[in-house]
Write a protein that binds this ligand. Structure first.
Ligand code: HEC
Length: 175
């Protein structure tokens, strides 16, 4: 192979790689709408954005984290039968599509600001959210509407949980 041919081949390879990159970026943008930013003020769109980036879907939507978020919105936040087990017993991410139908928007603000749920629910993230974020989450979940079944009931420590669990060790001692 002469130098000219080698250069031509290298050029073709770079061009192909470049095109592949452009295609991959376009696909990533399409399948990853988190490029979207949160609109200002309370809104359904902002709630959707928060459900995606604040981790709510990771636990409250079946298989969301395992499938890289590729789960239809129709099943978002319907709770999960995968148990989270540790010194607190076994907890199940609640079906928020049902929970939110029990509360008015103002009751939700009070619950979010003043409740401590069992691990691994990050209740402190709800406590620290601003009012627009909390109202947006509420409006988004109400817009999705009720769906699915209630999550399995809490199982106390030492009692066998039905179904699969993720087992946590106890928390490390305070530094
Ligand atoms: C690491 C997993 C995890 C993440 C992330 C998570 N949750 Fe939870 N959530 C749980 C579990 C488990 C429970 C059940 C706790 C219990 O039994 O006390 C729960 C309970 C709740 C409840 C109580 C529901 C009821 O009917 O009592 C609300 C409300 C809630 N989560 C909202 C959210 C929101 C909003 C987000 C996102 C900001 C979120 N959670 C993120 C695991 C999680």
């Amino acid at each position: 192979m002469n130098t000219k041919m080698m250069l031509a081949l290298a050029g073709a390879a770079i061009a192909t790689f470049g095109l592949a990159r452009v295609a991959a970026d376009a696909q990533a943008k399409e399948s990853n709408p988190s490029h979207e930013t949160a609109p200002a003020g309370p809104s359904v769109a902002r709630g959707r954005y928060l459900a995606r980036i604040a981790g709510c879907n990771d636990c409250h939507t079946p298989a969301y984290a395992m499938r890289g978020g590729d789960v239809p919105e129709a099943t978002w936040l319907t709770g999960d039968a995968l148990g989270w087990q540790g010194p607190w017993g076994t907890t199940y991410p609640a079906n928020l599509r049902l929970s939110f139908t029990k509360w008015t928007e103002d009751e939700w603000l009070d619950i979010a600001k003043n409740s401590q749920f069992r691990p691994p629910m990050p209740w402190f993230a709800l406590r620290d959210m601003d009012e627009d974020d909390l109202r947006s989450l509420y409006r988004f979940v109400r817009e999705l509407g009720p769906a699915g079944e209630p999550a399995p009931a809490y199982v106390p420590p030492g009692v066998t949980a039905p179904g699969p669990v993720v087992a946590f060790p106890g928390p490390p001692p305070q530094p």
